[in-house]
Write a protein that binds this ligand. Sequence first.
Ligand code: PGA
Length: 263
Amino acid sequence: MRVIIEPSAEHGSQRAAAIVAQLIRKKPRAILGLATGGTPLKLYQELIRMHQSEGLDFSRITSFNLDEYVGLPPTHPQSYRHFMTENLFRHINIDIRNTHVPDGRALDYETYGSQYETMIDEAGGIDFQILGIGRDGHIAFNEPGSSLGSRTRLKTLAPETIRDNARFFGTAEDVPRLAITMGVGTILESKKCILLAFGKEKAEAIAATVEGPVTAQVTGSALQFHRDVVVILDEESASQLQRRSYYDEVEEAHRRLQSGEVK
Ligand code: PGA
């Protein structure tokens, strides 16, 4: 895991956007795995800016979102399809037919989950997965106790997640209890992933994910098995890490390598 600690969420989001943009320029047909929530908003704003002022081209990009609430139609203001339309898709030149968000109104979720997995496979697999993390350490909606080999399926939201997401719905009663979500196993198959976390309320989940034992009780910790993960943090979310000085040293070594100071 490469741990990058930036001074603020703004800096962290810009760093993440630069990595995503580099991938898109290198592979214009890249398959992106996208996340919703408060965390990736600034990253999406930066990608929109890069599209509008630097011509970053999404026309051949395909995307797969991590999850969707069960029971919400795509037009519902809190559905993740609506979130993606409003916060990214309608501001860039992605072909909307190449964007995928799980269907929160599928009737047979078991079949639908395997169809979603097949669509990802047929597209060639996810090149680059963007992730946030819940306070309970979940990635996508893989709540504590989720199998670390899980695939796209239904999950019941944990009480902590319902409380956290109540801010978007007004009251906790209005938050759907079920979601359809990529599994931990699905996420582990992405070729590269970026985990973003900002703010002190994420510090404990980040310490457990990066430095704790791998456990289904903190599904983010399964990323320790991922082949290529970059964790981008701000000072607050990094505040409970024990090996901070080492991560800073690694970043300094990267900087020196890139600038040619080290042959
Ligand atoms: P947030 O959610 O970005 O709104 O904090 C993260 C998550 O629950 O995965």
